[in-house]
Design a protein around this ligand. Structure first.
Ligand SMILES: [Zn+2]
Length: 577
C-alpha cells in the first residue's frame, strides 16, 4: 500500500522462498516498482474523486513495466502482457453487462463496485494504445507537465487528457470518449475479393455490437500470410472509420490468411473470414513466434464463443496442440480453455464421450515432462477433468499416498484440493475421504477450512441444503475464500440439476453481500454461483430475477450479466453439433 513516503508490504511478498520461481521474482520486482510509482501517480498528484481511481492504478502498472521489464530479458513480456490482459478484458467487454473504464460514482459506499477486470486489464491495454498513438516521447512530456502542474494537488483524467491533447494533432478527447468512457468493443471483419489469384479489393470494417454505431479508432497491423513467410506483408493502418479499403493490397498475390491484428495490440472481436479461419485451424502450431500463437488462441476462442468456430473442432485442436506446444504461458492458456469447453459448453453426453480421450492425453503429458511447473499444470487439469473410474482410482491412489508421480510435489493444500475433488466425484466415499484428510492436516487454520467446506461436498442432499441456508447469515460468510470454494462445489456441473434451486436465493443475497463483504466478493460470489450452469432453466431464473427487480442497482445488475455470460452463451454452444 502506497502511503506517501512509507510503503507497506506484506512480508511474504518480499521475502521469497529459496527456490522462488522467476514469476515470483518478477512479481516482487513489479510490486516494488508499482508502489514506488504511486509516489508520483496517486500521492504527488491525487485523483480528484474516487471515480478516477483507475488512473493512478494504470499508471503505477504502466511505469512498473517500464522499470522492471529490462531487468528480466529472458521473459517474453509481450506474450505475458497479451495473455494476462486481453482475455480478462474480453471476458467483461463481450458481455451485455460490460462497464466502461471511467465510471460515475455518486456515493463512496459503492466505490468497491468500480473495481474489476476492466480497470485492471482493459485500462493497461488502452494506455498502451495511447502511448503508441501519441508516441512515447510526447506521452512522457505530457505526463511531466501534468505532474508539475498538479503537484501536491489533485486532478482528473479529463485534465490529463487536456494536457496530452496539446502534444498531438490527434483529437484525444474524442479518443478518450470512446475508449475510456464507453463500454464494449467493436467487431472487426476483413474481406477479400480475388480475381485471377490476385487481390482485386481488400476491405476492413468495424461494427458496434450494441447497435449504437460507435466507432473505436485504433491502429491495426494488417498482415497477409503466404507460403513463404518471407513474402508476408504487414501494413500499418490508422483505422478511424467504419470501413476502409486497403488500396495498397490491390494486385498482391492471393494470401493464405489475413489478420488485422498481427502484433496483438489491437482490441476487438476479430471475426475470422472463412479462408483465414481454416488456415489458422490447420497451421496454428507452425507459427514460430509464440506471440503469434498466443494471439491466435485468443482469436479462435472469441470466434468459438461467437459461434464462428465449432467448439468440438477447437477442443480437438487444443488437445492435439498440447503435444507440440512448448511455451508454458500458452500451455496454461490452452488448458484453461479446454477446461471451460469441457464443463461449460459440452453437453453431459459430449463430456462423457471426451472424458477418456482427455484423461489419456493429460496423463501422458504429466508423465512426459520433466518441468515441475508444467507437470503440476497438467495434473491440475487432469484432476479437474477426470470422470472415468480408472482416472478417479489413479487420483485416489495418489491422494492416499500409495502411488506417486515422479517429479510431482503435492503440498498439503494440493492434497486437500485433491480430497475435495475426490469427495465430489466419488460421492459415496465423500465422508471417509474428507474425514481422513482432516485427520492428516495438522495446521489448525487449514483444519478449520476443511470443516467449513465439508458439508458443501456431502453426498446427503439435506446437509448441502443446510449448508446453503447457513450462508444467509453474514457471520457464516466471513471467510470469503472458503465460501467461494464451497459454492464452486455446491454448484458444480455434476450437481447442477439438484443445486439449481439455490440460484434464485443466491441472486437475492447479492445486495446484502455487497454491503457486508469485501469489494471483490460480489463478483466472486456470482462467478461461483453461476459458473456451473448451462440449462434453459438457469437462464430463465436469471432473466426472471432481473425482470422482477427493475430498480436494481446498475452496477450489480451489470455484474450479474457479466457473470451469467457463459450461461447465456451455452444455450447455443451446447446445442452446436
Ligand atoms: Zn496500486
Amino acid at each position: 500500500m502506497e502511503h506517501a513516503g512509507a510503503i507497506q508490504y506484506r512480508a511474504n511478498s518480499l521475502f521469497l522462498e529459496k527456490n522462488a520461481t522467476q514469476n515470483q521474482k518478477l512479481a516482487r520486482a513489479g510490486l516494488i516498482s508499482h508502489e514506488t510509482s504511486h509516489m508520483w501517480f496517486g500521492d504527488y498528484v491525487t485523483m480528484k474523486w474516487f471515480d478516477d481511481v483507475w488512473l493512478k492504478e494504470v499508471f503505477a502498472g504502466f511505469m512498473a513495466d517500464k522499470i522492471i521489464n529490462p531487468s528480466f530479458p529472458e521473459v517474453n513480456h509481450e506474450l505475458k502482457f497479451l495473455l494476462s490482459h486481453y482475455p480478462a478484458a474480453y471476458e467483461i467487454d463481450r458481455t451485455s453487462g460490460a462497464n466502461p473504464i471511467g465510471q460515475q460514482l455518486e456515493n463512496m459506499r459503492d466505490a468497491g463496485a468500480l473495481y474489476g477486470n476492466i480497470i485492471y486489464h482493459k485500462a493497461p491495454i488502452v494506455m498502451r494504445h495511447l502511448e503508441s498513438l501519441m508516441g512515447a516521447e510526447k506521452l512522457q512530456a505530457g505526463l511531466q507537465e501534468y505532474l508539475k502542474q498538479y503537484a501536491f494537488g489533485d486532478a482528473t483524467w479529463d485534465q490529463l487528457i487536456e494536457i496530452l491533447n496539446k502534444q498531438t494533432e490527434i483529437d484525444l478527447v474524442k479518443w478518450s470518449n470512446i475508449w475510456v468512457k464507453e463500454a464494449g468493443m467493436p467487431i472487426i471483419k476483413t474481406q477479400l475479393e480475388i480475381e485471377a489469384d490476385k487481390i482485386k479489393k481488400a476491405t476492413i470494417s468495424q461494427s458496434d455490437p450494441a447497435g449504437k454505431n460507435r466507432i473505436w479508432p485504433q491502429q491495426l497491423e494488417f498482415e497477409l500470410y503466404y507460403n513463404n513467410p518471407e513474402k508476408n506483408k504487414i501494413l500499418d493502418i490508422n483505422f478511424n472509420n467504419s470501413i476502409t479499403e486497403l488500396d495498397q493490397t490491390v494486385n498482391m498475390d492471393n494470401p493464405l490468411m489475413i489478420t488485422p491484428n498481427s502484433k496483438g495490440n489491437a482490441y476487438a472481436y476479430f471475426e475470422l473470414d472463412e479462408g483465414s479461419k481454416q488456415y489458422l485451424l490447420n497451421n496454428i502450431n507452425s507459427f514460430k513466434d509464440p506471440l503469434k500463437r498466443g494471439i491466435a488462441w485468443i482469436t479462435l476462442w472469441e470466434n468459438m464463443l461467437n459461434l464462428n468456430i465449432d467448439k468440438t473442432q477447437l477442443y480437438q485442436l487444443q488437445l492435439n496442440s498440447l503435444d507440440v506446444e512448448t511455451n508454458p504461458l500458452i500451455i496454461g492458456k490452452i488448458l484453461s480453455q479446454t477446461g471451460t469447453i469441457y464443463w461449460q459448453f459440452f453437453s453431459k453426453t459430449e463430456r462423457l464421450e471426451w472424458a477418456a480421450k482427455s484423461e489419456e492425453k493429460l496423463w501422458s503429458l504429466i508423465n512426459g515432462t520433466d518441468d515441475a511447473g508444467l507437470k503440476k499444470n497438467y495434473f491440475d487439469s487432469y484432476q479437474n477433468m477426470a470422470l472415468s473410474d480408472e482416472a478417479l482410482m489413479k487420483l485416489f491412489s495418489i491422494w492416499e499416498g500409495k502411488t506417486a508421480i515422479k517429479g510431482l510435489e503435492l503440498t498439503d493444500n494440493n492434497k486437500t484440493g485433491l480430497a475435495y475433488t475426490l469427495a465430489l466425484k466419488i460421492p459415496d466415499q465423500s465422508k471417509v475421504i474428507l474425514n481422513k484428510q482432516l485427520d492428516r492436516i495438522k495446521n489448525e487454520d487449514r483444519k478449520d477450512e476443511i470443516r467449513f467446506v465439508m458439508p458443501s461436498l456431502s453426498n446427503v442432499d439435506k446437509e448441502r441444503d443446510l449448508f446453503f441456508q447457513s450462508l444467509r447469515s453474514p457471520a457464516n460468510r466471513e471467510h470469503e475464500r472458503w465460501v467461494v470454494t464451497s459454492l464452486n462445489y455446491l454448484n458444480h456441473p455434476l450437481r447442477a440439476e439438484y443445486s439449481i434451486k439455490y440460484l434464485k436465493v443466491s441472486l437475492e443475497l447479492l445486495q446484502e453481500i455487497q454491503l457486508t463483504g469485501d469489494i471483490f466478493f460480489p463478483k466472486q460470489w456470482l462467478d461461483a454461483v453461476l459458473g456451473g450452469y448451462q440449462s434453459k432453466k438457469a437462464v430463465a431464473i436469471i432473466n426472471k430475477f432481473l425482470q422482477e427487480h427493475p430498480d436494481y442497482p446498475e452496477n450489480l445488475k451489470a455484474k450479474i450479466l457479466q457473470s451469467a455470460d457463459f450461461v447465456f452463451r451455452s444455450q447455443d454452444l451446447v446445442q452446436q453439433k
